[in-house]
Write a protein that binds this ligand. Structure first.
Ligand code: ADP
Ligand code: TRP
Length: 319
């Protein structure tokens, strides 16, 4: 029996190099060896995207992105979170066993609270919805970037707690593990902070050449050390350490030249992906069909696990 992997990306903007190398590339690399569920986390994105047209566009775009990087609907289930009502239903059940102080310790909530005095309930409850996403599919592994490690730990904690409270008929949920690739766990953005849609410091995964050029030239360089660390960190995604050592020694201190070399490497990498994406985007109906079929397959699994959970908490009356 193949093990199961599940992961998701929020349709809250354009996919970027950090998303790809931190998470999405692993989805593709792993899909031959695992049963894969790859989700568009639209319910999670509602916390930040509050414009219907933008949400629908982002969601379709992310579905196209998934296909363009090589996710294969014959091998994996590609679906939209909101197409599977079991996610919100299980979220409620899990809400009732998790305490407020426990959730208040989540990094994402603390960060949101530090920036914004009035955090919405959806942001506070975000890790529980994510736990439901993961637990409904009997997930073994969750490929993500480092920033999501705590969320997978929370999902594991919640599964353990549920199994403990409602364990009269054995375990309801499998305990998931995060799968984080050391080398690409945190890609910096052009300002040196973590690359993120929400910081607007990202290089889009399907950017056009002139956009790549402009963004790379604006990467913040720290002139104190001789090595432009942010340029180098992004360059590591495209070349081996040995190659980079030579290049950076040869052009020591010449930040403009090094940035130009990086821009060329990114362009060469993105070009075929972008072409592939254009071809897929030309057939919107086919993409929508893939999402619809993915939703049906996801629902079959999720409904089964939800039914067990409902029975074990006593929401089902035996005849
Ligand atoms: P963002 O932070 O840009 O909104 P998401 O939260 O949708 O991105 O993240 C989708 C996936 O990409 C997650 O697994 C996340 O850990 C990963 N990821 C996001 N940004 C980075 C980054 N800068 N480096 C590595 N992985 C990242
Ligand atoms: N919270 C994740 C992120 O911001 C996206 C996500 C939602 C997810 N549900 C998930 C990732 C389930 C892995 C598994 O990147």
């Amino acid at each position: 029996m193949k093990k199961t992997i599940l992961s998701g990306v929020k349709p809250s903007g354009q996919a970027h190099l950090g998303n790809y190398f931190g998470a999405m590339k692993q989805f593709v690399d792993l899909q031959d060896h695992y049963t894969g569920y790859f989700m568009i986390a639209d319910l999670h994105a509602l916390n930040t995207v509050q414009d219907a047209k933008e949400m629908a566009e982002n969601t379709l775009n992310l579905a196209i992105d998934y296909l363009a990087i090589g996710l294969d609907p014959q091998k994996s289930v590609i679906f939209k979170q909101s197409d599977v009502p079991a996610h919100t239903e299980l979220t409620w059940i899990l809400n009732t066993i998790v305490t407020m102080p426990y959730l208040s310790r989540a990094h994402a909530f603390k960060d949101a609270e530090a920036k914004n005095k009035e955090v919405n309930v959806g942001t506070f409850d975000y890790p529980i919805l994510m736990a439901a996403d993961i637990l409904l599919y009997d997930t073994d592994l969750v490929p993500v970037g480092k920033d999501q490690k705590q969320h997978v730990e929370i999902a594991r904690d919640i599964a353990e707690k549920f199994n403990r409270i409602y364990g009269q008929n054995g375990d309801t949920f499998k305990l998931p593990q995060e799968l984080i690739k050391e080398e690409t766990q945190t890609t910096p953005g052009i300002d040196g902070q973590k690359m993120s849609k929400s910081y607007k410091n990202y290089i889009p995964l399907f950017a056009e050449d002139d956009e790549i050029q402009k963004l790379v030239m604006s990467i913040v360089t720290d002139s104190s050390g001789g090595l432009p660390v942010n340029v180098y960190a992004i360059h590591q995604l495209f070349r081996s350490e040995d190659e980079l050592k030579k290049i950076y020694a040869e052009h020591e201190g010449k930040y403009k030249v090094l940035k130009e070399l990086l821009a060329e490497d990114i362009k060469a990498f993105i070009r075929p992906l972008r072409e592939r994406r254009k071809a897929i985007a030309a057939d919107k109906k086919a993409v929508l069909r893939i999402l619809k079929e993915g939703g049906e397959r996801a629902r079959a699994q999720a409904d089964m696990r939800l039914a067990v959970a409902k029975k074990n908490v006593g929401l089902t009356i035996e005849e």
